[in-house]
Design a protein around this ligand. Structure first.
Ligand code: BGC
Length: 559
C-alpha cells in the first residue's frame, strides 16, 4: 500500500461562507511558541516571524492564549489589563503587526477572553479591597462574610484548596472573603453587576476594532453562580473543570446564556464573520449545545471527544452524539485532542488509566506511557479527527507529535495546581514546554539565546520542525498532507456516513469522496470490503501490502 499520495489529489476549496463551520484552528500558547527577544519567554514578534510555517501547515486560523497585562500567576489567565499587551509578550503595535501578517497569509486571529475572573492586581479588585463591605466597588466581585470559624460555603477551587480567601480590613483586622473558582490571585467577577457587563462589551470592541476575528471564551460555563451559593461537594471522580452530569452550582447556570446573546449582538455589528468559541466543560453534549444556539456562540470545544480514550466504540458513540446534538441547534461540531490544560494526546492516549484531565503526569506517576505506542495512537487519532465534518482545533506541537514533558524537575514547575496541592497533582506544565523549531541550535530554535522558561527535555530537537520537514513520513508531513486533503475534499463541510466493517475494533466512514478506516486493534486486521479497489490518499502509519490495515492506524482512501 502506498503511504501518502496527497499532492496530486487536492482540489480548490469550496467557497468559505461561515468559515468557522469547517475551519482548522491552531492554538498558539504564546509563552512557548517562539521567543524573538531571547528572554526565554515566547512573544508576539516571535509569533509573527513564524507564521509562515503555520500557513505552510495549512491551518485556517490561529487562537492565542492570553498575552494581556498580567502578573502571570496562572500563565496569563489572571488579567490585570484586558486592553493591553503584557511587556513579556510585546506591545499593542506588535499585536497589530502580527494580525496584519496573519491576514496577509490568509490566517484569521482569535484571542482568548477571560471574563470569569481577573487578576487580584486588576485596578477594580484593588479598589474593592480599599473600600468597605457593601461598597459598589466590592459589588463587582463576590465578597461574603463568614461565620467566625469557617468559610462562606464548602466550595473547592479547581486548582485545589478552598474557593474562598479572606481579606484584611484597612485597620489590619480580618475582613470578608472573596470567591475564586481558580487561584486566590484570580477573583471571580459578579456578572449580575451591570458595570462588569459594560466593561466586557468594551473589551470585545477594543479587540474587534483592531481586526481580531473572534474570541475563545475562557470558562464560559462559570460566569453565573447558583443563587445563594449553596454548599456542594464535588465527586472526586468527576472531571475538575465540570463535565459531570449533575452540574455544580458554579458551572453551567442558565444565566450565562443571556450574556452570550448580548456579546453575539456586539460581534454581529462587525463585518467579516467574527466568532465566539466557548470553553465550556459541561456534559452531556446536549447541554453543551446550548452554548451554540443560533443567537449565542458559534462553536464550543468538544471536551467529551477529547476525554475519550483510545477505544473504537466510545469514539464512535461520541462522534454520533456530537453530530446529533450540535446539528440539533444548527451548529457545527468541533473536534479537539490537545490543549494547554491536558496531557498531550501523544502521551495521554497511551495512559492505562482513564481520563487524566486536571491531574497531569510526572516522574512518579505509576505506569508511565510508552512513547512509541502514544505516538502511533496520536497519529491515528489525528488522522481520524481531521477527516470529520465540522471545525477542528490543533494545539501547538501536536503536528510535531510532541509527547508530554514528563521529567520536568519540581523546581521548574509553575502551574498553580502544583503549588495548591503541595505537589500532589503535577498540573499542566508538561504540555506547555517551548516547542522545537530547528535541531542543533540553542533551545532548538525557540529562542536565540537558548533561554526557555520551562526546560526542554533531552531529545526535544529530534522533534524539530526542520528535521521533520526533511523526513518523508514525519508527523509534520502527515499533518500537512491531511490538511491539504481535508481542504481539497471539503471534508470540514462534508457529511459523515458510517460503513460496515464487521470488526468492532475497526471503524469506517465516508465523508464526501473520502473513505476513512481506523483500526483500534493491537494487531493487523482485514480491511473492510468497502475499500476494495480504492486508492490510498493518506495513512497514519506504514501499511502492510495486501488487504490488511496496520495496528492502531487510520487510512484515507479516495472513494
Ligand atoms: C484555561 C486554563 C486556566 C483557567 C483559569 C481555563 O480553563 O484554559 O488554562 O487556568 O481557565 O482561567
Amino acid at each position: 500500500m502506498t503511504e501518502i499520495r496527497s499532492l496530486a489529489e487536492t482540489r480548490e476549496p469550496e467557497a468559505a461562507a461561515e468559515w468557522w463551520r469547517s475551519s482548522v484552528i491552531y492554538q498558539i500558547y504564546p509563552r512557548s511558541f517562539a521567543d524573538a527577544n531571547g528572554d526565554g519567554m515566547g512573544d508576539l514578534p516571535g509569533i509573527t516571524a513564524r507564521l509562515q510555517s503555520l500557513a505552510d501547515l495549512g491551518v485556517d486560523a490561529i487562537w492565542l492564549s492570553p498575552f494581556f497585562t498580567s502578573p502571570q500567576k496562572d500563565a496569563g489567565y489572571d488579567v490585570s489589563d484586558y486592553c493591553d499587551v503584557d511587556p513579556l509578550f510585546g506591545t499593542l503595535e506588535d499585536y497589530d503587526a502580527m494580525v496584519a501578517r496573519a491576514h496577509e497569509l490568509g490566517l484569521r486571529v482569535i484571542v482568548d477572553l477571560v471574563p470569569n475572573h481577573c487578576s487580584d492586581q486588576h485596578p477594580w479588585f484593588q479598589q474593592a479591597l480599599a473600600t468597605p463591605p457593601g461598597s459598589p466597588e466590592r459589588d463587582r466581585f463576590i465578597f461574603r462574610d463568614a461565620p467566625e470559624s469557617g468559610l462562606p460555603n464548602n466550595w473547592e477551587s479547581v486548582f485545589g484548596g478552598p474557593m474562598w480567601t479572606q481579606t484584611a480590613n484597612p485597620d489590619g483586622t480580618a475582613g470578608q472573603y472573596y470567591l475564586h473558582i481558580f487561584d486566590s490571585s484570580q477573583p471571580d467577577f459578579n456578572w449580575h453587576n451591570e458595570q462588569v457587563r459594560e466593561m466586557f462589551r468594551g473589551v470585545l470592541r477594543f479587540w474587534l476594532d483592531r481586526g481580531t476575528d473572534g474570541f475563545r471564551v475562557d470558562v464560559a460555563h462559570g460566569l453565573i453562580k447558583s443563587d445563594g451559593l449553596p454548599d456542594y461537594a464535588v465527586d472526586p471522580a468527576a472531571a475538575s473543570m465540570g463535565g459531570t452530569e449533575e452540574l455544580a452550582p458554579w458551572w453551567g447556570q442558565d444565566g450565562v446564556h443571556e450574556i452570550y446573546r448580548d456579546w453575539r449582538r456586539v460581534l454581529d455589528e462587525y463585518d467579516g464573520e467574527r466568532v465566539l468559541c466557548a470553553e465550556a466543560w459541561v456534559s452531556p453534549l446536549s447541554l453543551m449545545a446550548k452554548w451554540v444556539r443560533p443567537d449565542e456562540m458559534h462553536q464550543a470545544f468538544n471536551f467529551p471527544y477529547l476525554s475519550c480514550d483510545f477505544n473504537a466504540a466510545r469514539i464512535r458513540a461520541t462522534i454520533d452524539e456530537s453530530l446529533r446534538e450540535f446539528s440539533a441547534v444548527g451548529a457545527p461540531s468541533t473536534w479537539v485532542l490537545s490543549n494547554h490544560d491536558v496531557v498531550r494526546h501523544a502521551t495521554r492516549l497511551a495512559l492505562t488509566e482513564d481520563n487524566p484531565q486536571g491531574e497531569g503526569i510526572g516522574p512518579l506517576t505509576p505506569n508511565l506511557p510508552d512513547t512509541a505506542i502514544g505516538l502511533r495512537r496520536a497519529r491515528s487519532a489525528s488522522t481520524l479527527m481531521l477527516a470529520l465534518p465540522g471545525g477542528a482545533y490543533l494545539y501547538q506541537g501536536e503536528e510535531l507529535g510532541l509527547p508530554e514533558a514528563v521529567e520536568l524537575p519540581d523546581e521548574a514547575r509553575q502551574d498553580p495546581t502544583w503549588f495548591r496541592t503541595n505537589g500532589e497533582r503535577y498540573g499542566r506544565d508538561g504540555c506547555r514546554v517551548p516547542i522545537p523549531w530547528e535541531a542543533g541550535v540553542p533551545a532548538a530554535g525557540f529562542s536565540p539565546t537558548g533561554e526557555s522558561w520551562l526546560p526542554q527535555p533531552a531529545g526535544w530537537e529530534d522533534y524539530a520542525r526542520d528535521v521533520q520537514r526533511a523526513t518523508a513520513d514525519s508527523t509534520l508531513n502527515l499533518y500537512t498532507a491531511l490538511l491539504r486533503l481535508r481542504r481539497g475534499h471539503a471534508l470540514g463541510a462534508g457529511t459523515l456516513a458510517w460503513l460496515e466493517t464487521g470488526d468492532p475494533e475497526v471503524l469506517a466512514f465516508r465523508n464526501n469522496d473520502v473513505v476513512v478506516v481506523s483500526s483500534f486493534a493491537g494487531s493487523e486486521r482485514e480491511l473492510p470490503a468497502c475499500t476494495t479497489g480504492l486508492a490510498v490518499l493518506a495513512s497514519s502509519a506504514p501499511q502492510p501490502s495486501g488487504r490488511q490495515i496496520a495496528a492502531e492506524s487510520t487510512v484515507w482512501f479516495r472513494a
